[in-house]
Design a protein around this ligand. Structure first.
Ligand SMILES: NC(=O)c1ccc[n+]([C@@H]2O[C@H](COP(=O)([O-])OP(=O)(O)OC[C@H]3O[C@@H](n4cnc5c(N)ncnc54)[C@H](OP(=O)(O)O)[C@@H]3O)[C@@H](O)[C@H]2O)c1
Length: 331
């Protein structure tokens, strides 16, 4: 098998003329699949490209899920800018107009709830070269009282946020074991380290990922495979647009107080996705044996508060902050 960059050059020389788009007399763009490759017509340019690709074959490669938006896209851009090969996977790569302009970045289709597609995409990714880091980032939120969700909504939340990520991890473990190295990074959440009201199913899916990764860290260590969780607080992203919200009037007062806490920063601050991507880069490169990376001021602050106070005192403190009635004698 050719290294990833030879693969690109090889394809560019073999395809028929239709996908070529002439830029000027020396260079053109080649469209294949969801990807765009810039290349030169003249022999010197192609030769120099091949020389560069030989040097670039030492580059590391990250595969990212949910790279169409928010943290996934910011991470794809950061790693590409830092000189990594990036395999950016997303549900609709045909709609992507920004990442497909970048060199050393390949788009592949992946809905993490589609087991057949996981097999095909992992195979396609590995055929193009080695993969060093798998970043399990795809996810969305389901918010509201549990009794107002449908069972379908609850199962779908776990299908993506837990079972989807688990399926991608399972697809890569044999490859990482055979290679005797590899790193999984998962986007969990501050909501997988402390829980808020009105998000029980989302919180449960992220706590499940936290527990999964902690247990797997023991099992994978002997094969030189790492697993880390980046746990962001609020991120400025499309998350709120994609979020599913169900309501029940009985919880109006709680929702109002929580909205206040989100707006004044008590419960959450909203950090640029690019800043959170830097924490993903740190986790990928710091060589530290560390499971959890709270990301963003809010995540660092509130996780530290919970650890300092202990989980029971933290929970009672949040109950009081939200002015909630308690079913036990008030202390
Ligand atoms: N935003 C926050 O405040 C926040 C806080 C803590 C943790 N997080 C976590 O951060 C991660 C990224 O979220 P974000 O804030 O960047 O939100 P975002 O802008 O909505 O991005 C979410 C990404 O996940 C993808 N996705 C959703 N379901 C998928 C599936 N079944 N298969 C493949 N891709 C799927 C979306 O793809 P499409 O474009 O196809 O929909 C999109 O690319 C999520 O795991 C989220 O739970 C977010």
């Amino acid at each position: 098998m050719f290294p990833r960059h030879f693969f690109k050059v090889r394809i560019s020389l073999k395809v028929p003329l239709e996908p070529f788009q002439l830029i000027n007399q020396n260079s053109a763009i080649l469209h294949f699949g969801y990807n765009t490759v810039r290349f030169g017509y003249d022999h010197a340019f192609v030769t120099s490209q091949i020389c560069i690709t030989q040097k670039e074959s030492n580059m590391k490669t990250i595969l990212i899920t949910g790279a169409s938006a928010g943290l996934g896209k910011a991470t794809a851009k950061l790693f590409q800018a830092k000189g990594w090969n990036v395999i950016a996977t997303m549900r609709s790569p045909e709609k992507e107009t920004e990442l497909n302009q970048l060199t050393n970045l390949t788009l592949l289709p992946l809905d993490i709830t589609n087991s057949e597609q996981i097999v095909k995409t992992v195979q396609a990714a590995l055929e193009s070269g080695d993969i060093d880091v798998v970043f399990n980032n795809a996810g969305y939120g389901l918010i509201g009282p549990v009794e107002s969700h449908t069972e379908e909504q609850i199962r779908a939340q776990f299908d993506t946020n837990f079972f989807g990520n688990l399926a991608v991890i399972r697809a890569f473990i044999p490859y990482f074991r055979q290679r005797n190295k590899g790193l999984f990074i998962n986007t969990t959440s501050l909501c997988g380290l402390v829980s808020n009201p009105q998000s029980a199913i989302y919180n449960a899916s992220k706590w499940a990922m936290q527990g999964l990764a902690e247990s797997l860290s023991y099992d994978l260590a002997q094969f030189n495979i790492g697993i880390k969780n980046v746990a962001p607080g609020g991120i400025k992203s499309d998350f709120m647009k994609a979020m599913q919200v169900t309501e029940d009037k009985a919880y109006e007062a709680t929702v109002a107080k929580m909205t206040e806490g989100f707006q004044d920063g008590t419960l959450m601050e909203f950090t640029d996705a690019e800043k959170i991507a830097e924490v993903v880069y740190q986790a990928a490169t710091d060589e530290k044996d560390q499971l959890t990376y709270p990301a963003g001021n809010d995540a660092v602050r509130l996780y530290a508060k919970r650890l300092a106070e202990g989980p029971e005192a933290y929970r009672i403190g949040l109950t009081k902050y939200l002015n909630l009635q308690r079913p036990y004698p008030q202390a």
